[in-house]
Design a protein around this ligand. Structure first.
Ligand code: NOJ
Length: 566
């Protein structure tokens, strides 16, 4: 099918840290497309695959190496497609299977690699396996593909254990017989429409190998593995006493929860890696694993397992020089030990966009959504810091992930009307946590077109705020100083200077300043109140914001500099 050998562009993929081979993923910049909010070709208000194809040239112009698509498979959309009913097709709202084939081919023609999302922790409750399980007896092979248990209490009226759904409420739902006789409970670490699979089942294991092959045969370049730390549960499903304010198991210094990061997951990824290695080219596995500390995360990217894991510890790090330096050092050290590239990520479809997050009080816990009645973050401050954070990130050795719209400096939509919210978090927390809709609003391409160029009509599955016009791509393209041009220039320089394959060395700097060299490039971020000078003998190459009159670096600005040419 579409082999990567047709690629023509220079840059990532042409060399490794050692200057040989084609380990493209070690330094790639990978752009996340959230299909329902990227580009709508048919005007129904939901983005689709033909919409993505029509915008591929824009991504080439931006200068990324690969795209990762969030799920586009048939699904009741209980969790925006992370509830998959058929792993081998395309949901009609996004197009047809032929559109996926065309997307892969068209992307490859332009030198872009394509990563698809794989959701192995759970299926949709509409998946034929789950439908069959509901109609089958307790203890039957059909039920054994999921995690069904009897309830506690004299009539089994209480859930089998204390586990909670990540989206709020219990992680168990009871299924009674058609005549009302009390039945068993099934486990869902997310929504009730997302029953967890039983990874002790050989059928489940075989099925996912077949799904991997299905998409590899269609030419994809890799898989982003959803909830990679959740597939295997502690065998006794022991009760868990939740530390305050966490359901995701990502807290350091806590005992490991029985539903996350169990050692048994690694055997699964070793098997998958051996499947990928049968294919020519370099297809990759990327772990979405909210696991800390960095050393435990690094276990997912040992040489015979996955290629990359999202570095969420970096995303979560506070906006201080100390926190940033610590997380960068720790991340590089942990992945270096296992020979994997470090990844860097600031935004995705599950968290507040970093242009908003960085405006919150420094060190505050990351809120799960912001509503119209909450204090509204300072957009200008957030954008200034976001630009500085991005420019620092794009200098770092390894692979970087961008989330659609961040190249426009898009903030979170923090005033969405509550009645349009679709994230199950809002419903499942009894309307106490607003959830993730604010980072999923369809993105603006053209300031003066209907739906800001998202589609041919005004329709948009979540309403776009009026401020979207000023962020639209056509208001920023070729405009010096715009956030889009900052990203484009940084990506070009990163590629030309080989920063993704570079070596990082820290420089002496004042307490509130982060300064390092990545190969020949000096990178300075000023977190302090006073402007700072660049190291002697250097001159700026690119800056995230204007320098002050004497060429010094102001607060919340990052500069890349190089030795002055005499
Ligand atoms: C992680 C995905 O990124 C998120 O959007 C989804 O809700 C959960 N996994 C469950 O699949």
């Amino acid at each position: 099918m579409n082999t990567p050998s047709t690629r023509t562009r220079d840059g990532a993929g042409t060399r490794t840290r050692d200057g040989a081979g084609t380990d493209w993923w070690r330094e790639a910049v990978i752009y996340q497309i959230y299909p329902r909010s990227f580009a709508d070709s048919d005007g129904d208000g939901i983005g689709d695959l033909p919409g993505v194809v029509a915008r591929l040239d824009d991504l080439v112009a931006l200068g990324v190496d690969a795209i990762w698509l969030s799920p586009f498979y048939p699904s009741p959309q209980a969790d925006a497609g992370y509830d998959v009913a058929d792993y081998r097709d395309v949901d009609p709202i996004f197009g047809r299977l032929a559109d996926a084939d065309r997307l892969i081919a068209e992307a490859h023609d332009r030198g872009l690699r394509v990563i698809v999302d794989l959701v192995p922790n759970h299926t949709s409750s509409a998946h034929p396996w789950f439908v069959e399980a509901l109609g089958a007896e307790p203890g039957s092979p059909a039920r054994d593909r999921y995690i069904f248990r009897d309830g506690r209490g004299p009539n089994g009226e209480r859930p089998p254990n204390s586990w909670r759904s990540v989206f709020g409420g219990p992680a168990w739902t009871k299924v009674d017989g058609p005549d009302g006789t009390p039945g068993q409970w099934y486990l869902h670490l997310f929504d009730a429409g997302q029953p967890d699979l039983n990874w002790d089942s050989t059928q489940v294991r075989d099925e996912f190998v077949a799904i991997l092959r299905f998409w590899l045969d269609r030419g994809v370049d890799g898989f982003r593995v959803d909830v990679a730390h959740g597939l295997v549960k502690q065998a006794d499903l022991a009760d868990w006493h939740y530390p305050e304010e966490t359901t995701s198991g990502d807290h350091v210094d806590q005992p490991r929860p029985p539903m996350w990061d169990q050692d048994g997951v690694h055997e699964i990824y070793r098997q998958w890696r051996s499947v990928l290695d049968e294919y020519p080219g370099q297809q990759i596995l990327v772990a979405e694993a909210w696991v800390q500390p960095a050393e435990r995360l690094a276990a997912y990217v040992r040489p015979d397992e996955m290629h990359q894991a999202f570095n969420f510890e970096y995303l979560e790090a506070a906006w201080t020089s100390e926190a940033q330096r610590t997380v960068i050092e720790r991340s590089l050290a942990a992945t270096d030990k296992v020979g994997a590239p470090t990844t860097w990520v600031l935004s995705n479809h599950d968290v507040l966009r970093h242009a908003t997050r960085l405006a919150l009080p420094i060190g505050a816990a990351r809120p799960r959504g912001i509503g119209a009645n909450d204090p509204q973050p300072d957009t200008a401050l957030g954008l200034r810091r976001a630009r500085a954070a991005t420019l620092m990130m794009l200098a770092l050795p390894g692979s970087a992930y961008l989330y659609q719209g961040e190249e426009l400096g898009l903030p979170e939509h923090t005033t969405l009307p509550d009645e349009v919210r679709q994230d199950p978090t809002w419903r499942r927390t009894d309307h106490t946590e607003r959830g993730r809709d604010g980072c999923r609003v369809p993105i603006p391409w053209e300031a003066d077109s209907p739906s800001y160029g998202f589609g041919p009509t005004d329709a948009s599955w979540l309403p776009q705020p009026p401020v979207w016009a000023e962020y639209a791509l056509d208001r920023q393209r070729d405009v010096p100083g715009s956030t889009y041009e900052l990203y484009r220039t940084a990506l070009r320089l990163r590629r030309e200077l080989g920063l993704g394959a570079g070596r990082l060395r820290w420089l002496e700097s004042p307490e509130d300043v982060l300064a390092c060299c990545v190969d020949e490039v000096t990178v300075v971020t000023n977190f302090g109140a006073e402007p700072v000078s660049l190291p002697p003998g250097t001159e700026p190459l690119i800056a995230s914001g204007p320098l002050n009159g004497s060429g010094r670096v102001p607060t919340d600005v990052t500069v890349w500099a190089r030795q002055r040419v005499r």
